[in-house]
Write a protein that binds this ligand. Sequence first.
Ligand SMILES: *Cc1c(COP(=O)(O)O)cnc(C)c1O
Ligand SMILES: [Zn+2]
Length: 421
Amino acid sequence: MTSALDAQRPTTLDLGSARALSCRECGHQIPLAAEFACAECFGPLEVSYEFGKITRADIEAGPKSIWRYRGLLPVPADVDTHPNTEPGMTRLVKADRLGAALGIKNLWVKDDTGNPTHSFKDRVVAVALAAARQLGFSVLACPSTGNLANAVAAAAARAGWDSVVLIPSSLERAKILTTAVYDGALIAVDGNYDDVNRLATELAAEHEDWAFVNVNVRPYYAEGSKTLGYEVAEQLGWRLPGQVVIPVASGSQLTKVDKAFREFGELGLVEATPYRIFGAQATGCSPVSTAYKAGSDVIRPVKPDTIARSLAIGAPADGPYVLDSVRRTNGAVEDVTDEEVVEGIRLLARTEGIFAETAGGVTVATAKKLVENGKLDPDAETVLLITGDGLKTLDAVEDKIGPLATVPPSAAAVREALSRR
Ligand SMILES: *Cc1c(COP(=O)(O)O)cnc(C)c1O
Ligand SMILES: [Zn+2]
């Protein structure tokens, strides 16, 4: 298989151990290129590899970033010497106080707020940029629900590339400003994310030198999410957790964490112990949860209406594959109201000192609901993926929290305020 494809590859194209793009639906393979849909059946294309021998020691000797897993990603071997952002190796926190509140005995929080632009999107963008450089692009672009806008604009700035970022005009103010500051082209579109995504697909066809990270280079971009799974397994001491709860927007991240756990097992880096994958959505945009609960394979698109804007994708591209992962691993998909999302944010903050964005509130609140309805096993080791920072979604909490009191500079006034608590 690889020799024929290798012969067609330009000699300068170095994407590590990646060998081809394979259709997830029909298995048709094409050489590595900036393609995202199968020419035979329009199914999504995914990177396939021929991994060499990779040991724990190789990985442990690598940089303290996602590039320690470069041998498992579609990037050149010297990727860590390119100008790039260096996301990853964020902390995995033992969350005993949150665990006690949720009734989960052995709970961990993977805190991805610690990435360069404070969300897990820095992982996928770093991989997309590295691949886009190999594929001959010179502009980094995306349609975004917010965090991707930050990550693309920042990574492009650091690499000295121009960027074109399309967002729904209703996005949180903080996410607009924290993208605009990097000084690429930021375009606010009057429409929801699904409109913006359609627009991006149209523009990608017109501009051959624009790498839309989640459109025309999506197969490479998506692989970046595997690093979340790799890190969790490595940080647990080279083993897989029993259960993991993952927020779902397009569904890419969830399916790639599943892929990461499987690859680690197949490569002998961990024992291939069983694990269960759970998806988390906001009720106001829950097409995958709705299909899961109906026992259906068909994802019916919805019009999003939720404060969890980073997850507000009404027509999730990887929705069917989320259902596959969840059903294969005996997990579930659940959804929570906006009120529960805010309670989830506050519970995580109060118990663990971690301020997550609305997507994190979705994950925490969904875990709570899954324990209550008996789907999550309270005795199994569980990891919650907290994928973005609360400083970017202050609007979600600003009318619910604030100072206990505003007082004159007098000790008596402070004592009085505290006594009323
Ligand atoms: C984009 C995003 C997700 C989900 O990503 P998908 O791979 O599209 O499902 C989760 N959390 C945050 C904070 C995000 O920005
Ligand atoms: Zn196909």
